[in-house]
Design a protein around this ligand. Structure first.
Ligand code: ADP
Ligand code: MG
Length: 747
């Protein structure tokens, strides 16, 4: 925290500005061949991962085949081959200078955890050797007591262990001059309860696959073996100079600025979006991408975002579990590389009030793995070319609508966090109301199916589908005009985009819930189809009848208009859709009887696991808010008030000195104004203090969460608005905190 004595604070701020003007884009060292020639991306992509391709070269054929089928079928590794696999991995890693290994897992903190062990061991004659056994590869026991478990561990007395998830390749993490072998793992208790975010994700992928395969077999696609949810995660972030960051206790402590006046120019000129990328930032992005390519993360797109100093990176989509790991790595690399470039990468959903927040659009679809070449690799949300494909598409679409409609509360809960509260419901991000956008053409088609197209008799189902024009969809969607950026769950041509996920969130939980919710929708629609088939309808007609039923039931969730508008809030209420504005109320959806029923019957969570997730999230919410309150209080007391007092004193002395000297004296108006604002800031700050103590006296975390979201956030906003008013009149020379206009517009 910048101390404020005799102008030292502002001096640091000015020094930061000066430092910044001499910064140059950092040159990094890209991978080169033996002759020093720069390697093409394809020549070094994945060089720090040991995946199937490398294993094939290194492992005996039978071991490789066992491993490959383990991975393909999403099964546990056969212990009989573990030692051979571990040895191959060890040799590969040691050849690259790796000294330590770790099980890399995702506890319910939203980030990743690791505990490093050296390969170091003694052989029988006491010589030091590098050792890494099959059992060390497969399983490890971290001291898990300080990871959040939401009461699970006390309930079950569950010690936890981590287990390799072979579907995600092992990788080498470089940090300064150390290299560590990371083994992507799940984290479970000895009773089998999921203590992490990954286990449930894998379960949700399994159940989605089995429900989807069942449906596809029913419509005659017998050679479908598996259905895999795919995920492409667009990641938004802010970059500010590190010299500024370090002078903002609020950014350091809570990830967002708790005070800060609006700059005269924000994003209203819309000159940043897709604008040319500043060269310092460009150099940063290039290094980030290089690091990620080495790790086999397929980042593809980079551009400026809407707000000043806001940027985005997006990868090529992958299977949901791998995409989730890769998003975690992306966030880590974004943060780490930023430091090398004297930037700070802010992943918070709303680092700056008044300018756009950051999201993490989860592009989601399902891919087919089939024994025959016609279906293998097909995207289930691709409208396709033949009337047959189109019927399949409509059935899948109806399942998505059904799943989202029935479980909207769960989807809302899956993205709830203190950071995301500043985004959802503010008129800039998808609203807190869950709805689905499908576009004009699909809306029209669904309306026609609802009205009975293809099921009334007189025309065949296939003819009806042709007439409705589903086959035009791919072209319509490609031209990109039919977009709705205000929808939390939007169809974008051949995938859905869950846009409401927060930028700092792990995608594991939202992806788990999307998979589960849609598995549920598929199961429901499969039931409809069964009933229609039983009543003797031909398959095509039965399909349209099932789609019709789902379309009718889910009509309320479809919304094509402006999700940011006040009218939508009213309209949604009329339709009976929930509007869960804040985290505490959204999280309650996790433990509703309906949610418990769906998630436990799908086998994605046990009831205890679900309740524990609820507790972990409520606790995290409370902690985050308490940190914010405490930081704000300290900033007011130790930074803002002292600066204002000093300025007030300076003004008062000027007025007094002029009077004494008998010269015409300046008006005391500004001085009075500053004095009045100081007094109201002190009053509000006292109110915040007593509210803070009230929280401590509340019994349960639930009550604390509600009180914080209802009362304290209002008080914080009031404190802020006075502080911001002061910022606007206190002389620049006296103001110690870097201002929005400096942090956002200087780079
Ligand atoms: P858009 O124009 O909708 O932004 P892009 O092609 O740029 O589309 O893709 C945005 C993101 O969606 C990328 O991360 C991409 O990999 C991902 N994506 C594309 N197709 C799929 C799919 N079938 N499943 C999951 N994600 C996908
Ligand atoms: Mg997008």
């Amino acid at each position: 925290m910048s101390s404020f004595s005799g102008g030292l604070g502002p001096r640091a701020r000015f020094e930061a500005i000066r430092e910044l003007t001499s910064r140059t884009p950092r040159k990094f060292d890209p991978p080169r061949d033996a002759n020093g020639k720069r390697l093409a991306i394809s020549e070094f992509y994945g060089m720090h991962t040991f995946g199937l391709r490398q294993m094939k070269e290194k492992l005996p054929k039978d071991v490789y085949q066992k491993l490959a089928s383990t991975i393909e079928m999403g099964k546990k590794l056969d212990p009989s081959i573990a030692n051979t696999v571990a040895n191959a991995i060890k040799e590969w890693a040691i050849a690259r200078g790796v000294t330590h290994f770790t099980h890399w897992f995702q506890p319910q903190t939203g980030s990743t955890a690791e505990k490093h062990d050296a390969f170091l061991s003694f052989d029988d004659s006491g010589h030091v050797i590098e050792k890494f056994s099959g059992s060390q590869l497969i399983q490890s026991e971290p001291d898990a007591s300080s990871f959040p478990s939401g009461g699970m561990r006390t309930t079950f007395e569950a010690r936890g262990y981590t287990a390799w998830d072979p579907s995600s390749p092992v990788f080498i993490m470089e940090s300064a001059s150390t290299k560590t072998l990371c083994i992507p793992s799940v984290f479970i208790s000895y009773h089998g309860d999921a203590l992490d975010e990954k286990t449930a994700l894998l379960r949700s992928m399994d159940v989605l696959s089995s429900k989807a395969v069942e449906l596809l077999h029913k419509i005659g696609l017998k050679d479908v073996k598996r259905v895999v949810p795919t995920l492409g995660v667009e990641q938004e972030y802010f970059l500010i100079d590190r010299a500024f960051y370090q002078q903002r206790p609020d950014l350091v402590m809570s990830g967002r600025s708790l005070v800060g006046g609006q700059p005269p120019k924000g994003q209203q000129l819309e000159d940043h979006y897709f604008g040319s990328i500043p060269s310092r930032v460009q150099a940063y992005m290039a290094e980030v991408e290089h690091e990620l390519y080495k790790l086999g993360v397929p980042v593809k797109t980079r551009h400026n975002e809407v707000a000043p100093s806001q940027f985005e990176t997006a990868p090529i989509f992958e299977e949901a579990n791998v995409a989730t790991d890769h998003n975690q790595l992306t966030m880590e690399v974004l943060r780490k590389v930023a430091l090398r470039h004297n930037f700070s990468c802010l992943l918070h959903e709303k680092p700056f009030a008044g300018v756009n927040g950051s999201g993490k659009h989860n592009n989601w679809s399902m891919g087919i793995a089939a024994s025959g070449p016609e279906l293998d690799g097909d995207n289930l949300l691709d409208p396709g070319q033949t009337p047959r494909d189109n019927l399949r598409f409509l059935l899948v679409l109806a399942s998505v609508l059904k799943g989202v409609h029935k479980n909207a509360g769960l989807l809302r809960a899956s993205i709830a966090s203190s950071g995301n509260d500043h985004r959802l419901g503010a008129n800039e991000a998808p609203p807190a109301i869950i709805s689905v956008f499908v576009g004009d053409l699909l809306s029209k088609i669904l309306d026609e199916v609802e009205a009975g197209a293809g099921t009334r008799g007189g025309e065949s189902a296939e003819a009806a589908v042709i007439k409705m024009g589903v086959s035009k969809l791919p072209e319509v969607m490609k031209d990109n005009t039919d977009r709705n950026r205000t929808s939390p769950f939007a169809f974008t041509g051949n995938k859905f985009e869950f846009r409401a996920v927060g930028s700092s969130a792990s995608t594991a939980f939202p992806a788990t819930i999307v998979n589960a919710v849609i598995a549920d929708g598929i199961a429901e629609v499969t039931g409809y189809l069964d009933a229609e088939l039983k009543s003797g309808k031909a398959l095509d007609v039965a399909i349209l009848a099932a789609v019709q039923k789902a379309a009718k039931e889910t009509k309320a969730i479809r919304f094509e208009g402006n999700g940011y508008s006040e009218e939508w809030v009213k309209e949604a209420e009329k339709r009976g859709l929930q509007n869960l504005r804040k985290t505490p109320e959204a999280l309650e959806q996790l433990i509703s009887p309906a949610a418990k029923k769906v998630l436990t019957s799908l086998g994605v969570f046990t009831e205890a696991e679900l309740v524990s997730r609820y507790h972990v999230r409520v606790e995290r919410y409370v902690k985050n808010l308490l940190i914010e309150v405490d930081t704000l209080r300290q900033m007011v007391d130790t930074v803002i008030l002292p600066a204002c007092m000093m300025y007030h004193g300076a003004l008062a002395s000027a007025v007094a000195a002029a009077k004494t000297a008998g010269v015409s004296s300046p008006s005391s108006g500004t001085c009075d104004k500053v004095g009045t604002l100081i007094a109201s800031l002190q009053t509000k700050r006292a109110a915040l203090e007593s509210a803070f103590h009230k929280v401590e006296q509340l019994g349960s975390e639930d009550e604390k969460a509600k009180f914080l979201s209802r009362d304290i956030s209002v008080l914080m906003a009031e404190v802020r608005s006075i502080a911001d008013e002061l910022e606007a009149i206190v002389a620049d020379d006296f103001w110690p905190l870097p201002k929005y206009r400096e942090m956002l517009f200087l780079s």
